[in-house]
Design a protein around this ligand. Sequence first.
Ligand code: AMP
Length: 215
Amino acid sequence: MQLVLIGPPGAGKGTIAEKVAAKYKLAHLSTGDILREAIARGTALGVRANEYVETGRLVPQEVLGAVVAEGLRDAKDFVLDGYPRTLEQAEFLSGLPHVELDAVVYVAVPEEVAVSRLAGRLVCTACGGVTNADDGAAESCAFCGSGRLEARADDRLDTVKRRYEVYVAETEPVVEYYRAAGILREIDGTGSRKAVFARVEAAIGPLVACGDDNR
Ligand code: AMP
């Protein structure tokens, strides 16, 4: 199964993608995670991407395209989270060998919900687990029990606003592109993680029943 998760910053794409990958045994590719890791390690990719990620702008496709092509090279079944974010990227993706998307899950949340989730988001420095200050997150991680919790550098309010504007200008057209292609599955991304994941399962469950054997 080949899936894309799309939605505004704060929609919960990363958390959903992890659960989907585990449940349906898919490779999980997150361009945001790849870029943050590259920045933390100071690789050539990280050095080029840093100014964009820090300020909430999109890393140019000529920097990111090769990373995605390489990440998907051997993956038959995958969930992509954070890519594509522009029409140019959507066209690049559909041109890659072996890529034939089964569905694009659009996780819809209103701007105020997205912004308030990001304002309270805390990420574990050890395991990457995501919690929210509003859920009464403690000082150490509830998932691994040992990591420190930190806000993401690009979750500052001014950067969040920029990211949302970029989403509306660049990524909403991609949602419409996939809607027109007939593969968009829209779900309500508000409410608890459990409720949202149940909606995701309802949206993609029928695809699993069809299986990849038909391809
Ligand atoms: P995310 O973790 O998906 O919210 O991504 C964090 C940041 O990484 C974004 O604000 C962008 O600066 C960069 N980024 C991630 N995915 C892409 C993409 N597909 N195209 C361009 N920049 C991206």
